[in-house]
Design a protein around this ligand. Structure first.
Ligand SMILES: [Zn+2]
Length: 265
């Protein structure tokens, strides 16, 4: 089942020419969950992947930059999306050799039943982990978040400031890129995705600061997507909007049907 995070906006507090206000669209199978909905989110979606029917909207905090795009939302903070673990693979050949007839009995084995004297642990591989995605919302470094993010496939964490502004980060209950990276390292996450970027930063300086502590870090730009495969199929990866447009245009050089971000980063 597909799982991806589309970054409709990656700014902190105020939009800039390059970054819209915070919004992350999580797509899992047919489900659409929107995390935060800064002013202009509908327009950002229209300009990129198109408007979507959103099943649920989650607001990570109540600052106006996160909910003006959707007035009247309920109170909320950080979120952890955790999939249940999946049963292991059924070794069909082995099951048959042991006398199980292919068909409904395979399903019974997969549901944990013993069939014809053959128990699931004889023919099924180890239980496979589900995926875990954690979104910080606006936050100072938080131990509760570090615990929730333990071994997450992706941690989306705010990085409003660079370390040189650590005092300002403390005063405003935000994080620096380095603090986010320290948390990612301590939580043993597999990818750190930085967002909620103050307009004073371009992005690469925050990325470099974080990577000095935790290598698997990137700073997201508007309209980037993170694909999160099941763990046995590889690691999460970012598709930049520019790469996606180039892929969709294809070798013929067909013009893109949708607009570019306000200004290409
Ligand atoms: Zn904010």
């Amino acid at each position: 089942m597909d799982l991806s995070l589309f970054f409709a906006g990656t700014a902190g507090s105020v939009p800039s020419a390059r970054r819209g206000l915070p919004a992350v669209l999580v797509r899992r199978g047919g489900d659409r969950l929107l995390f935060d909905c800064g002013e202009g989110t509908q327009r950002q979606l229209l300009r990129s992947v198109g408007l979507v029917d959103v099943d649920s909207v989650f607001i990570t905090h109540f600052h106006a930059d996160h909910w003006l795009g959707l007035p009247g939302m309920l109170k909320a903070f950080g979120y952890a999306l955790v999939e249940e673990s999946r049963p292991g693979h059924l070794d069909a050949r082995l099951a048959e050799q042991l006398g199980v007839v292919p068909g409904p009995d395979f399903g019974r084995l997969q549901r944990g039943e013993t069939v014809a004297g053959v128990s699931p642990d004889q023919v099924m591989g180890p239980t496979r982990e589900g995926r875990k995605v954690v979104l910080s919302g606006d936050t100072a470094p938080s131990e509760a978040l570090a615990i929730a993010a333990h071994e997450a496939d992706v941690l989306v964490h705010e990085a409003t400031f660079a370390e040189e502004e650590i005092e300002r980060a403390r005063q405003t209950s935000h994080s620096t890129a380095r603090q986010a990276a320290e948390l990612a390292r301590d939580a043993d996450v597999r990818m750190l995705a930085l967002t909620h970027i103050s307009s004073r930063y371009a992005g690469p300086e925050l990325r470099d600061e974080a990577r000095a502590v935790f290598g698997a870090t990137d700073v997201l730009r508007d309209f980037d997507t993170i694909e999160v495969p099941f763990p046995e199929r590889g690691k999460a990866s970012i598709e930049r909007w520019s790469e996606r447009k180039a892929r969709e245009r294809g070798p013929e050089g067909e013009p893109a049907t949708r607009a570019e971000p306000v200004a290409s980063p």
